[in-house]
Design a protein around this ligand. Structure first.
Ligand SMILES: *[C@@H]1O[C@H](CO)[C@@H](O)[C@H](O)[C@H]1NC(C)=O
Ligand SMILES: *[C@@H]1O[C@H](CO)[C@@H](O)[C@H](O)[C@H]1NC(C)=O
Length: 132
């Protein structure tokens, strides 16, 4: 019982910290206004991540675009690597490798799909290496 509550609390904490860090970011504020009905908090819910609406994917693209990680349907790999290097990770080289790999895949049919595919591609490595 105790461990169950601890696990739920941990998850809550992770999402909260994650959200708190990102909500400081201007990009999220801009995109929450631009794409009505989607917020980063909503996007991060597992059921939304697994089965996102078109708006959720475009919200994600909007955030990437505001942060200069993508321009149109194109990755800005150098900026992505810069952003990764500016954060603390359990294993930085593993994160860099994942970003290199995921940003080297061919783009999807449009920028919203590409943003979502990049997100999914880096997600496992991100969760493995994020420092709470
Ligand atoms: C990364 O950090 C450096 C040094 O603080 C800074 O000049 C640069 O703008 C940062 N890059 C990004 C993408 O945040
Ligand atoms: C970090 O990741 C790299 C690349 O995946 C790997 O070669 C290395 O062994 C890892 N280092 C640690 C300390 O886990």
């Amino acid at each position: 019982m105790k461990s169950y509550f601890f696990a739920v609390f941990q998850l809550f904490l992770t999402l909260t910290i994650c959200y708190a860090q990102i909500s400081e970011n201007h990009a999220v504020d801009v995109c929450e206004k631009k794409v009505p009905g989607v917020s980063y908090k909503i996007f991060l819910e597992e059921k939304v991540i697994e089965n996102p609406t078109r708006d959720s994917k475009c919200f994600l693209y909007c955030v990437y675009e505001e942060r200069n990680l993508m321009t149109g349907n194109k990755y800005n790999k150098d900026v992505m690597i810069d952003v990764v290097r500016n954060s603390t990770w359990k294993n930085l080289s593993e994160m860099e490798e994942a970003v290199q790999k995921c940003a080297s895949k061919p783009e999807a049919q449009d920028e919203c799909e590409t943003a979502y595919e990049f997100f999914l591609c880096t997600k496992p490595t991100y969760h493995k290496n994020v420092v709470n």
